[in-house]
Design a protein around this ligand. Structure first.
Ligand code: MG
Length: 381
């Protein structure tokens, strides 16, 4: 059996560290070729000493980076160094787990080099879905989703032919404000919104789960990843987060992927597909009674969802603009500058006022990203 060489970009984040747990379990099957982190030099050095990659990249400015001991691993600076290294022949798989728009460049580099690309960086597909999917088709790069919902869809797609897919149904936990009215949403504070009932995640994605903007971005992600139209995507609220999404086929059959909520499973599947192996995550306990609930989302209390459908339908530059506007809106909410229920209206205004292009270049997308951030910073109701 061949050993897979894996580069983990964003190795000190929540997906990155779980990815290394998976690799640790499969030492005979996988090896780490390279790692990257932004500023967490101490953890990166510890990972380098354990996994002994050829290279490790620090992309941000770190005062104490030189003080860390990377032993035999070559320490490089700047994301461009990672982009150069992942193009080389000694990397088989790139795990794109850098948080935010910074992950776009390395994801494009991996796809450009025709590598198997495991995508946890939502922004790549949300911002540049048309570019990434087109380039992947040209280079033969295989895109494997790590987002739990998209992994579930990808797994359920193995049950049938693509032309027989009627609909993709993304599940949503509903976040901490499931069942709340739009009036109640006006009084949500950052502390309230930072509590998530199921998943432990970064601050932006936690707020995005509370507004359901996270699901809106996942709709856009699904549109590109699975080449479906917006009206072939539906969202259902499922508070237990046990079913990670569904695929509905033309005969009415609905195939679900279900497992205890644990990111290591989708990460491992992206690395081992089409094989399945023992996974370091918990099993379903069939001795325990279990109830699974499903309910339609409330579009009035969660107006962000509609923005996701709209951006998926229009495509082009919409995802990049919505993503950038939301990132700033979330930061302004956490700073106390805008109310929780103003996040979606801010995003809607910025989305509706941008210069839309159906077939943007990377440069156009990056310019619009900067424009949308500026608009969002200056936004007043
Ligand atoms: Mg998700």
């Amino acid at each position: 059996m061949e050993v897979q060489s894996i580069a983990v970009l964003g190795s000190t984040g929540s997906v990155g560290t779980r990815c290394l747990e998976v690799v640790r379990q499969h030492a005979g099957r996988m090896r780490i070729a390279g790692l990257s982190a932004h500023r967490s030099s101490r953890l990166l050095a510890r990972q380098a000493r354990e996994f002994r990659p050829d290279w490790a990249v620090l992309s941000g400015s770190v005062s104490d980076g030189r003080a860390e001991d990377f032993e035999g691993t070559e320490l490089l600076r700047g994301l461009e160094a990672a982009e150069t290294r992942i193009r080389r022949g000694d990397v088989d798989v790139v795990v794109s787990a850098i948080v935010g728009a910074a992950g776009l460049g390395p994801t494009l580099a991996a796809v450009d080099a025709g590598k198997r690309t495991a995508i946890a960086n939502k922004e790549s597909l949300v911002m540049a879905g048309p570019l990434i999917t087109r380039r992947a088709a040209e280079t033969g790069a295989r895109l494997l989703p790590i987002d739990s919902e998209h992994s579930a869809v990808f797994q359920a797609l193995q049950a049938g032919r693509r032309q027989d897919v009627r609909r993709i149904v993304l599940t949503a936990s509903g976040g901490p404000f499931r069942g709340w009215t739009s009036q109640q949403m006006a009084s949500v504070t950052p502390d309230m919104a930072l509590q998530h009932p199921v998943w432990e995640m970064g601050r932006r994605i936690t707020i995005d789960s509370a507004t359901m903007m996270n699901k809106a971005l996942e709709i856009i992600e699904a549109r590109w990843l699975f080449d479906v139209s917006a009206d072939q995507i539906a969202v259902v609220v499922h508070p237990e987060s046990w079913v990670h999404s569904f695929v509905e086929y033309t005969d009415g059959s609905v195939i679900a992927q279900m497992s205890p909520p644990d990111m290591r499973l989708p990460i491992q599947y992206a690395l081992t597909f089409p094989e399945r192996h023992e996974c370091p995550c918990p099993d379903t306990d069939w001795q325990q009674p279990m109830t699974l609930q499903f309910e339609p989302p409330d579009p009035v209390a969660f107006p962000a969802l509609q923005l996701g459908f709209e951006a998926a339908e229009r495509g082009g530059t919409c995802g990049a603009v919505l993503n950038a506007a939301d990132e700033i809106a979330v930061a302004r909410f956490l700073e106390g500058e805008i109310r929780f229920d103003q996040i979606a209206p801010l995003c809607k205004d910025v989305l509706h006022h941008h210069d839309y292009e159906a077939h943007p270049t990377l440069e156009t997308l990056l310019n619009l990203d900067a424009w949308a951030r500026k608009e969002a910073r200056n936004w007043t109701s």
